[in-house]
Write a protein that binds this ligand. Structure first.
Ligand code: TEU
Ligand code: CA
Length: 642
């Protein structure tokens, strides 16, 4: 269908990208999903939005929407066959933030030799693949997500020999190695950018999104950076402006330039040739920007929070650029790929990971990480009933050969236990419950370092304890019109630093991370919560993860089995089957007692318990009753299936 502004919202909703955009707006505004099926809304023409919004949705937004709908593929391939077997479906991926994992040489910074020294721990835990946040040469303005040389190991992390040893040692343990490839932008210290600045006739000028200033001190458009302020650097000597969606030292590459795409393909091939099994592709859906880099719509900027985002989060050439990389590097080498795609919804996520000829094997979407109306920086209690609703809807879409990534934590987000319920009395049960969900839903689980210990947010005392460029920039912006205490208080709940404190290995100084004062420190939580203590405790979060990870390995049919949700409307109760297995849990901090009107399976008397998150000394309550955050996995013996 060729879209114009005379198409209706019903037509828009039938388009995969259109449906995702409308679903996101509904979710953000808390409007009911059925609003779209209301004929009054369904039959509205796109062009009427301008009048109905009193101009808030302006002409330019309408043209952007129509162009995007015409630029994007309009079909989502149907599939009902069972998923094909792949190592990246069999295995659980463990994300390592190298800077905070293990310091081997006493400089207070994690490194590759530190990772090598912990490979036996990871193998024993039961994970099957390691995704390392960027390890390449970087000035660390954004902790490695600002790459200065793609073919050199960051000095603090070690050498290429250390890398080769890590790959060899990981493969010897049948652990796959996944690198974090950041190719939406490079560091401003990358030689390409330095040459682009130095020489007006340099071919590298077209590697970036540079605009002549024509003497103006106004940026070329009104786009905002994710890390505060305008998304443009000005270089007065050259009278040049350069785009940076992230920090002012992370310069966006011009992917419309074939030479850039060629460079990226060669970089990926270089690491594949060194034994890398896969890549996590950083903000990969941002690489294609709308022609002319037009101003962002005011209303969309207010709703989404970043002005201009509609011009790049579903870029017009994203599909063709990903396909090019797939054909040149990933498919010929059978290289696993997972795209970090902030803002991408379920339908476009299915298009990108379509089983027959995917652009990428998996994507990371983030719509489940905050409940509607909240942002990461809000200090609120995350309601697990929202997680249940999200995954029930998402896994109805990602059925058959479609396959989801599953995660609750990463290096950009606070610890999930703290978001749900920081009450220390519930930490162990809740930590295990979250692991139980992650490892029994249908998809590939991604476990973030320390999550297996039940690590939580840290009691940072002041801004001096934080290291993250996002937090520091936000603090500088907010303290222009509020006190330092207030600005720090607003940052504390959601700063990315919570995920970046050193992994807690034992109760010695710095938690066994290393002898020196680490580059970032947490509170004294490591005295109680660490690998050494938890390894000896049969009731620990660590031993819960370890048991369930090994159980998965011994029951691969479970991994590929369908998921069927039951009793969906019972508050605080989440129950689903995975083939012959039943997963039940109490999502609340108070006891749950199921009354009548639930499925017979929920009250099955002879389901055999496989694993629960209760402490061994605590026996289960009568059938249909659950302790706070109680989780259990049972095998349905034949009679229960009736
Ligand atoms: O993250 C992009 C991303 O979606 C989040 O950083 C989010 O945009 C940000 O926290 C503002 O809400 C990737 C990396 O995971 C992150 O660590 C980098 O800082 C960022 O890209 C730039 O490379
Ligand atoms: Ca070190």
């Amino acid at each position: 269908m060729h879209f114009t502004d005379r198409n209706t919202l019903g037509d828009v909703y039938r388009h995969p990208a259109g449906r995702d955009i409308i679903d996101k707006i509904l979710a953000q505004t808390g409007a009911p999903a059925r609003l779209v099926s209301n004929p009054l809304v369904h039959n509205l023409k796109i062009k009427s939005l301008e009048r109905l919004s009193f101009g808030k949705i302006d002409r330019q937004f309408i043209e952007t929407l129509v162009d995007l709908l015409n630029a994007w593929p309009q079909e989502v391939s149907p599939t009902s066959e069972p998923p094909t077997r792949s190592w990246w479906k069999d295995e659980v991926v463990y994300q390592i933030y190298p800077r905070s994992f293990q310091d081997s040489n006493g400089d207070g910074i994690g490194d590759l030799q530190g990772i090598i020294s912990r490979l036996d721990y990871l193998k024993d835990l039961g994970v099957g693949a390691l995704w390392m946040s960027p390890i390449f040469d970087s000035p660390n303005d954004d902790m490695g997500y600002d790459i200065r040389d793609y073919r050199k190991i960051m000095t603090e992390f070690g050498t290429m020999d250390d890398f080769d040893e890590l790959v060899e040692q990981a493969h010897a343990r049948e652990l796959k190695v996944i690198l974090d490839l950041v190719v939406n932008h490079t560091s401003d210290e990358h030689e390409w950018f330095q040459e682009a600045l130095a020489d007006p006739s340099s071919p590298y000028r077209d590697y970036y999104l540079l605009r002549n200033g024509n003497g103006s001190d106004e940026p070329p458009n009104n786009w905002e950076s994710f890390f505060s302020g305008p998304a443009w650097n000005h270089y007065p000597t050259q009278d040049l402006w350069a785009l940076h969606l992230f920090s002012s030292k992370q310069m966006d590459l011009n992917w419309d330039n074939h030479a850039v795409r060629d460079e990226v393909a060669k970089i990926a091939q270089f690491w594949v040739d060194r034994g890398v099994d896969g890549f996590r592709l950083d903000v990969i859906n941002y690489i294609s920007k709308r022609e002319g880099l037009p101003d962002g719509n005011k209303l969309i900027g207010e709703v989404i929070g970043f002005r201009g985002i509609e011009h790049y989060f579903y870029g017009p050439h994203l599909h063709s650029y990903l396909l090019e990389l797939q054909k040149r590097v990933f498919a010929p080498n059978n290289t696993f790929t997972v795209g970090e795609t902030p803002g991408i919804g379920l339908q476009v996520g299915k298009q990108i990971t379509a089983p027959h000829g995917p652009d990428l094997d998996l994507v990371f979407s983030f719509d489940h990480l905050e409940t509607p109306g909240h942002t990461r920086l809000d200090d609120y209690r995350y309601d697990l009933n929202f997680l249940k609703q999200y995954y029930q809807a998402a896994l109805r879409e990602y059925s058959g050969q479609y396959w989801m990534s599953l995660f609750f934590e990463n290096h950009d987000n606070p610890r999930m236990i703290s978001k749900v319920n920081p009450d220390p009395r519930h930490r162990e049960a809740l930590g295990k419950l979250l692991g139980g969900i992650l490892l029994t839903l249908r998809g590939t689980p991604f476990l973030f370092q320390g999550q297996e210990l039940g690590m939580i947010n840290q009691n940072f005392a002041s801004i001096k304890d934080l290291r993250d460029v996002e937090a520091l920039n936000q603090f500088a912006e907010w303290t222009q019109n509020m006190s330092e205490d207030d600005a720090f208080g607003r940052l504390l709940a959601g700063t990315r630093d919570h995920a970046r404190t050193p992994v807690q290995w034992d109760a010695t100084k710095h938690g066994g991370f290393g002898p020196a004062t680490p580059w970032i420190e947490g509170d004294d939580d490591y005295l109680r919560v660490n690998v050494a203590v938890e390894s000896e405790d049969p009731n620990s979060v660590l031993n819960f993860y370890r048991a369930l990870l090994h159980w998965r390995h011994a029951n691969t049919d479970f991994i590929y089995s369908d998921v069927e949700f039951l009793d969906s409307e019972v508050e605080n109760y989440w129950v689903y089957t995975r083939g012959e297995y039943l997963v039940q849990m109490n999502l609340g901090s108070t006891p749950l007692n199921l009354r009548g009107g639930v499925s017979s399976l929920s009250l099955a008397r002879d389901a055999e318990l496989v694993q629960s998150n209760l402490r061994q000394e605590v026996g289960p309550l009568p059938i249909g009753s659950f302790r706070p955050y109680e989780w259990r996995l049972s095998r349905l013996v034949s009679s229960s299936r009736t």
